[in-house]
Design a protein around this ligand. Structure first.
Ligand code: ADP
Ligand code: MG
Length: 314
């Protein structure tokens, strides 16, 4: 069989550039060289070359996180060039990148989200009002962000203004959310027509980490990840169905990974990642492996799903 030419996109210009380069390297290593000729492109420098090579490219693997990678912009370029790619298209990518629009769509789909307030740049921050409405602690995060960049947990009202200021450095809107103290789980979903939930992973940031922050996410050994999550099966079933419902509500495609917090019998949806971390030990690949799909075959499957969905049009 003819080898497929795979354009591997990693790097980019978001704050998650390093994470993306790391994933890109591991994806490159794991791709079966008997099946694929892999050509790398870093959108930071190589977009003209990507456009020039478009005719020769069979499929792209977009291993980019955050703005200008995971938000629909690169997906739009690939659509214009007629290149199939894995995962969500322009709409799903843009929607999932925006945590406010995502919340509105989750809500419409009947998925519970932590109570929240949105603040825009220029708004007056009223710490007492916010804590009266949402309680304490609070989580402050940029509306469009990722990898916990610009995010803070605020335990007393006195820290609120600085936390909002910090998040506003990354985006013109920020979310102030009730902090849900519970068990964090993440739910992968895979497939085109009838996307299926993968086993849940439980995330336990190590001592010294208040939450799953940037360091807890990427420093080896900083976080324990347990698959399948140690929660009651009926609750796990519900969380898996929420992951699928979130995927559909946000118009995702092919795969996604939804972060949730389980507290007592309730599940709160935090966000959906349309390009989840893609090192061999990242959460989505771990969940896929637990479902019988190791890293290399997972990449084969993502490529198959991309080609299938492209062949049917958008
Ligand atoms: N409302 C919340 N309650 C408790 N923990 C939260 C809440 N929001 C975020 N977190 C913690 O912060 C981490 C990152 O938040 P998330 O909304 O997933 O954004 P991102 O991963 O895109 O930065 C979560 O994995 C979780 O550990
Ligand atoms: Mg997250």
């Amino acid at each position: 069989m003819r080898k497929l030419t795979v354009a591997l996109l990693s790097g980019g210009i978001s704050s998650e550039r390093e994470v993306s380069l790391n994933s890109g390297k591991q994806v490159h290593e794991a791709l079966d060289k008997d099946k694929y000729t892999v050509v790398e492109y870093d959108p930071k420098t190589d977009l003209p070359r990507l456009v020039a090579d478009a005719e020769k490219i069979d499929v792209a693997l977009v291993i980019l996180h955050g703005p200008y990678g995971e938000d629909g912009t690169v997906q739009g370029l690939l659509d214009l060039l007629g290149i199939p790619y894995q995962g969500a298209g322009v709409l799903g990518s843009a929607v999932a990148m925006n945590k406010l629009v995502s919340k509105q769509l989750y809500h419409q789909a009947g998925l519970p989200v932590p109570p929240y307030v949105v603040l825009q740049r220029g708004d007056v921050v009223r710490p007492d009002d916010l804590s009266n409405r949402l309680g304490l602690p609070l989580v402050v995060k940029p509306v469009e962000g990722g990898s916990s960049v610009g995010m803070s947990i605020v335990r007393g009202v006195e820290g609120l203004e600085a936390a909002v200021e910090k998040a506003l450095a990354y985006d013109r809107s920020v979310l102030v959310e009730a902090f849900i103290e519970g068990t964090e789980v993440t739910g992968g979903v895979l497939g085109n027509d009838r996307p299926e939930a993968l086993p849940l992973i439980e995330i336990i940031p190590g001592d010294g980490y208040e939450f799953f922050d940037y360091e807890a996410k990427y420093k080896p050994g900083a976080t324990r990840e347990i698959c399948p999550a140690r929660i009651d099966e009926s609750l796990a079933e519900k969380a898996r169905s929420y992951a699928v419902a979130a995927h559909l509500a946000l118009a995702c495609r092919g795969y996604s990974r939804t972060d949730m917090i389980v507290k007592d019998g309730d599940i709160y949806v935090l966000e959906t990642n349309t390009i989840p971390g893609m090192t061999a030990t990242s959460l989505f690949p771990q969940a896929a492996a637990a479902a019988g799909l190791p890293f290399g075959p997972l990449l084969d499957r993502l490529i198959e799903l991309s080609l299938e969905s492209h062949s049917r049009g958008r």
